[in-house]
Design a protein around this ligand. Structure first.
Ligand code: SF4
Ligand code: SF4
Length: 403
């Protein structure tokens, strides 16, 4: 749902950027065709001034309730942050007000993230009723998500999240050996067992459970068994992604990653044939549908740091370079919305070589781009490799479905 909304807004922005003198009737037809929308709905969307005239219109916000964490994962994007940075309730209120006042869809998404957000459970219990009250006032629905390392989960939290339909997404890198290689406590202890112990409790309240599996270069060879171990833990929905950052992957590493993704794909379809409840979006995508250039960050989604600073994305907030963090203001003192224009119309910043690409991607991750090329909108070469891997696995997945 969130992705579809973001894709529609993105499409409208790109359309407006590419055809500045467009007529709403043309855009209506384009929306109808691209998203199979009913005529009336497409017409309404085509006339949304906030979206088409490059003002800020939001569908989602990421609240970094703290930069503190009980773990010290080596590749964490907030690794260098001060552990003392915690969000005040007044800051969270301002962030939620921003989302509610700028919402462009009847459904908004709030992601609670960090650091480790469960360290601020008391704050979360203040945020949730405030956001619900504001949403009611504005006649909006909220979809909640919470990204956690899972080690601090207890029954009170799980009950609370279930009661408020807050979807918990766990970060698990694989089996014990792989996971504990990087995801350790401050004392150097592994954390896999702690998470494994909490999954039955979590499943009692949240039957459909999601996780993110980050694949480091050291874990390429064990990807398949890591995937299987995660599935055996009872995870239903999985995001599998390489650990990208300042250190580029070389072609050989991406090739190995791709080969192992194909093995995971085979296992995935076997599980599905056996009736297992399992879903990986990458394997289920329609490869023929492409949604333009640039991700949702800074376009329909913003991230708020514990001190109220606003950036297009939490991953950018984690960068040490000030220019990379791309702070556009603070929820207390206001935003310079003009600074978001490049993100709202990312296609205008597409590098020349990408314009000529025969197999164009969506432009990569702004944070990874900045880390490796010094520009948010210029993807590094590894992005092209990973894009091909993604496309090929999606293509093979469609084929395997009918085997
Ligand atoms: S695949 Fe590579 S060259 Fe092609 S559009 Fe993407 S980043 Fe640019
Ligand atoms: S692709 Fe990167 S910049 Fe875009 S939303 Fe995801 S993490 Fe943020």
């Amino acid at each position: 749902m969130e992705n579809r909304l973001n894709n529609i807004v993105h499409f409208i922005r790109e359309y407006a950027g590419s055809y500045p003198g467009y007529s709403p009737a043309d855009l209506t037809v384009a929306l109808e065709r691209t998203f199979a929308l009913p005529r009336e709905q497409a017409k309404k969307l085509a006339q949304m001034p906030e979206v088409t005239r490059e003002k800020m219109g939001l569908a989602a916000i990421e609240l970094n309730v703290t930069f503190n964490c009980n773990l010290t994962c080596e590749y964490c994007f907030v690794h260098c942050k001060s552990p003392q940075e915690r969000m005040r309730f007044a800051t969270a209120q301002k962030a939620i007000d921003l989302l509610m006042d700028k919402a462009i869809f009847p459904n908004v998404v709030i992601t609670l993230i960090g650091g480790e957000p469960l360290l601020e459970f008391e704050l979360i219990k203040q945020i949730v009723p405030y956001a619900l009250a504001r949403a009611k006032e504005k006649k909006l629905e909220i979809t909640w998500a919470l990204t956690t390392n899972g080690t601090l989960l207890n029954e009170e939290m799980v009950q609370y999240f279930s009661q408020h339909q807050i979807n918990v997404l766990l970060s698990i890198d694989g089996g014990q050996e792989t996971h504990d290689r990087y995801r350790r406590t401050r004392n150097g202890e592994g954390t896999w067992q702690k998470i494994a112990d909490r999954i039955p409790l979590l499943k009692t309240y949240q039957t459909w459970l999601g996780a993110r599996m980050t694949v480091s270069k050291e874990a390429i060879t064990t990807m398949r068994q890591d995937f299987n171990q995660i599935v055996q833990l009872g995870i239903n929905q999985l995001i599998i992604a390489p650990a990208q950052g300042a250190e580029p992957w070389d072609l050989l590493q991406v090739e190995q990653y791709g080969k192992n993704m194909v093995k995971i794909l085979e296992d995935y379809h076997n599980y599905q044939r056996q009736g297992k409840q399992l879903f990986i979006e990458e394997f289920e995508k329609d490869e023929r549908v492409k949604f333009g250039w640039g991700c949702r960050a800074g376009s329909t989604s913003l991230a708020v740091a514990p001190n109220g600073d606003v950036s297009p994305c939490s991953k950018l907030l984690g960068l040490t370079n000030e220019a990379g963090r791309y702070i556009v203001g603070n929820v207390h003192s206001g935003l310079d919305v003009k600074k978001l224009v490049p993100f709202q119309n990312a296609i205008s910043r597409q590098p020349a070589h990408c314009k000529e690409c025969s197999r164009p991607c969506a432009g990569g991750c702004y944070a990874v781009n900045f880390e490796q090329t010094g520009d948010h909108f210029t993807p590094p070469t590894e992005n092209c490799f990973f894009w091909v891997v993604g496309q090929e696995t999606t293509r093979m997945s469609r084929f395997m479905k009918f085997c």
